[in-house]
Design a protein around this ligand. Structure first.
Ligand code: C5P
Length: 248
């Protein structure tokens, strides 16, 4: 199992399937039904319902876990949460960049300590900059932040990187700029991915897996195009094939 020091070269290592909208048993069944699947994303919905055992059970299946709980709190609480998440064996963990440099640095240090205490690999923390559900006008009106998002997002990414955070979650539209600012091994994980011809659902601004990797994404989060497919294993294999063709 390779640590995340650089973008994975095997397409199956690039793809993270989001286990959203399902209970623990369905999530575990779906993960088991796609044997080639290596990475899964456990988000707030599944974690709040099923708790830490779901992470352990996915790891028992041999899956690597992205724990997407988007921590945002005071430094001591961020540190405690990241220590615990690392001790569970999560290898990617999200934190909000706007928690600030002190909290981010404390989170990174605690994740290292938590994984060391458990004899596990050090997880990569991923900063969330601005959630893509925000748009410019509401951002200014509701939060009184007038700076254009095109400047605010890279500034938060810079803050996170300087605090020692290993990567960011970003929209497909942000990935090229963030990659230009932060060369590898800074880890860029991109949701909003739709294989060519897949329904958009509620995603507006999407890229195909091949486009996102070409723009600089290290790994991609894909949910419903795989989890809601009639044959999730075939859908996963098709994404891998698309990536392999694009990278050859
Ligand atoms: O099903 P779909 O592929 O749209 O799922 C995408 C996943 O990525 C979901 O877990 C969603 O919450 C997450 N996500 C996103 N857009 C962001 C951040 C996270 O779609 N900007």
């Amino acid at each position: 199992m390779s640590p995340l020091h650089s973008a994975p070269s095997d397409p199956a290592d690039r793809l993270i399937v989001a286990l959203d909208g399902m209970d623990a048993e369905r999530a575990l069944a779906l993960a088991a039904a796609v044997p080639q699947l290596r990475w899964v994303k456990v988000g707030l919905e599944l974690f709040v319902a099923a708790g830490p055992p779901v992470v352990q059970r996915l790891r028992d299946q041999g899956k690597r876990v992205f724990l997407d709980l988007k921590f945002h709190d005071i430094p001591a609480t961020m540190a405690g949460a990241c220590r615990s998440a690392a001790g569970l064996g999560a290898e990617l963990i999200t934190v909000h960049a706007c928690a600030g440099a002190e909290a981010l640095a404390a989170a990174q240090a605690a994740a290292g300590a938590g994984s060391a205490a458990a004899g596990l690999p050090v997880p990569t923390l991923l900063a969330v900059t601005v959630l893509t559900s925000w748009e410019q006008r509401r951002f200014a009106n509701e939060l009184a932040i007038a700076e254009p998002l095109e400047g605010y997002v890279p500034r938060l990414a810079q803050l996170a990187a300087r605090a020692g955070i290993g990567g960011c979650v970003c929209s497909p539209l942000e990935v090229a700029q963030l990659r230009a600012d932060h060369p590898a091994p800074f880890h860029l994980v991109t949701p909003g991915i739709r294989p060519a011809g897949a329904p958009l659902g509620d995603q507006q601004r999407v890229m195909t897996p091949a486009q996102a990797v070409a723009a600089g994404a290290s790994q991609l989060v894909i949910g419903r195009p795989i989890t809601a497919a009639p044959d999730p294993a075939a859908a996963f294999a098709a994404c891998c094939a698309e990536l392999a063709a694009a990278c050859s």
